[in-house]
Ligand binder design. Structure first.
Ligand code: PLP
Length: 414
């Protein structure tokens, strides 16, 4: 039986770990414990091999080339589009636009659909728990167009106040842009309900899937979102690649984002005609190698099975939560009923950064600070949190090491 077949039959975290070479390294003389998965995940050997194989054997610029390498590189690049289409259940491959990541996907929509459709007095709605990349592009657009940014409030547990959301909706609402899973709280937002309510007032809905695509099953057709953006690097894939999905009629009606090669049909000095979807939005030489390797990451997740991954990660979340709650003075920020596998917390009389440094001395990588959600930190009246985010390769023993590290840190700092 192959290694992959073994993993299909049962979830063996130790077999999974063997596929991630970085997990064998030491940090400050201790074996690495990597709990910064919400920032970026580590990469399995097959993704690293795919990158190396592409550059060793197939490297060429894509599309238009008639030589063998150009054809191979194009085929490999376009295969990732098909795999991404299946991964999020998009109806057609033309709706998969490659970007640099979630941030670029959101900006693309703000600069094209937003500029074309938002007028003075229109309202754009986001929530208190958005990442800066789902705040700033809309703020810039609102300033330019004299439009109004409305904010959905949240509860002390870190859940959206859905009644307030529904009260804020009106025919003036032209766009709702909402994070599917909060990177600071772990909250899973009820996007289908949000989309349904927003559509009833004629608003378009963009979903920030940066944190959700690695944990949840994504079906953009069932969800009925108008736009969905995510990043490869949070999904065991390379940095510098992402996907923007959009409904076809919207993508077709949108003006172009960047001008250059690839996105044109014909150029004269008098006039340019633009390419069809998805190339209309893919100007210039894309990040070919990383896009090719991204396919291996998506295949890795699908083969392992999202439901098995989720079950393992939920177990880690429950275990970590119960252990953390035993530490005197520790307060968990984000106690939504529906959560993915991350825990944000603060500890009395300590600064998150000091905790982070002391944990790093023990080889434990956590993230500290505002996590690019400053308005959310302001909502809780805190400068930042310590965030431990768990992945399919993490273990309960590693959580035990985190707890010991925290107990020692508290003794030193408090
Ligand atoms: N949205 C959320 C919720 C995120 O967590 C992140 C990254 O941390 C982003 C957007 C931005 O993603 P990227 O930096 O890959 O563009």
């Amino acid at each position: 039986m192959t290694e992959i077949a073994t993993i299909q039959n049962s979830f063996d975290v130790y077999a999974i770990r063997e596929q991630f070479p970085i997990l064998n390294r030491e940090v400050k003389g201790k074996r690495l414990v990597y709990f910064d998965n919400a920032a970026t995940s580590q990469k399995p050997q097959i993704v690293i091999d795919a990158l190396s194989n592409y550059y060793s054997n197939h490297n060429a610029n894509i599309h238009r080339g008639i030589h063998t390498l150009a054809e191979e590189a194009t085929a490999a690049f376009e295969k990732t589009r098909d795999t991404a289409q299946q991964f999020i259940h998009a109806a057609t491959r033309e709706q998969i636009i490659f970007t640099r990541g979630t941030t670029e996907g959101i900006n693309l929509v703000a600069y094209t659909w937003g500029r074309q459709n938002i007028k003075a007095g229109d309202e754009i709605m986001i929530s208190t728990m958005e990442h800066h990349s789902n705040i700033v592009p809309w703020q810039v657009l609102c300033e330019e167009k004299n439009a109004i940014l409305k904010i959905i409030p949240i509860s002390d547990d870190g859940e959206l106040l859905m009644d307030d959301f529904e009260r804020l909706l009106s025919p003036k609402t032209k766009l709702v842009s909402i994070v599917h899973v909060s990177n600071s709280l772990g909250t899973v937002n009820p996007v289908e309900r949000i989309i349904d309510a927003a559509h009833k007032v004629g608003a378009v809905v963009m979903v920030d899937g940066a944190q959700s695509t690695v944990h949840l099953d994504i079906d953009v057709q069932k969800m009925d979102c108008d736009f969905f953006a995510f990043s490869a690097h949070k999904l065991y894939g390379p940095t510098g690649v992402g996907v923007l999905y959009g409904k076809k009629d919207l993508l077709e009606s949108m003006p172009v984002f960047q001008g250059g090669g690839e996105m044109i049909k014909e150029v004269t000095f008098e006039k340019t005609t633009f390419n069809d979807l998805p190339y209309k939005f893919e100007a210039g030489t894309p990040n070919i190698a990383d896009t090719v390797a991204f396919k291996s990451a998506l295949d890795f997740v699908s083969r392992t099975g999202k439901s098995k991954i989720r079950a393992h990660e939920n177990e880690l979340l429950q275990y970590a939560t119960s252990q953390l709650e035993q530490i005197p003075g520790l307060k968990i920020i984000g106690k939504a009923k529906e959560k993915t596998s991350l825990v944000s917390f603060i500890i009395d009389k300590t600064h998150p950064q000091d905790i982070g440094i002391l944990l790093d001395n023990r080889g434990i990588a956590v993230r500290t600070g505002h996590h690019c959600t400053q308005p959310l930190m302001n909502r809780f009246g805190i400068p930042g949190t310590v965030r431990a985010s768990f992945s399919l390769y993490n273990t309960k023993e590693e959580i035990d090491e985190l707890i010991i590290g925290l107990q020692k840190a508290v003794k030193m700092l408090a």
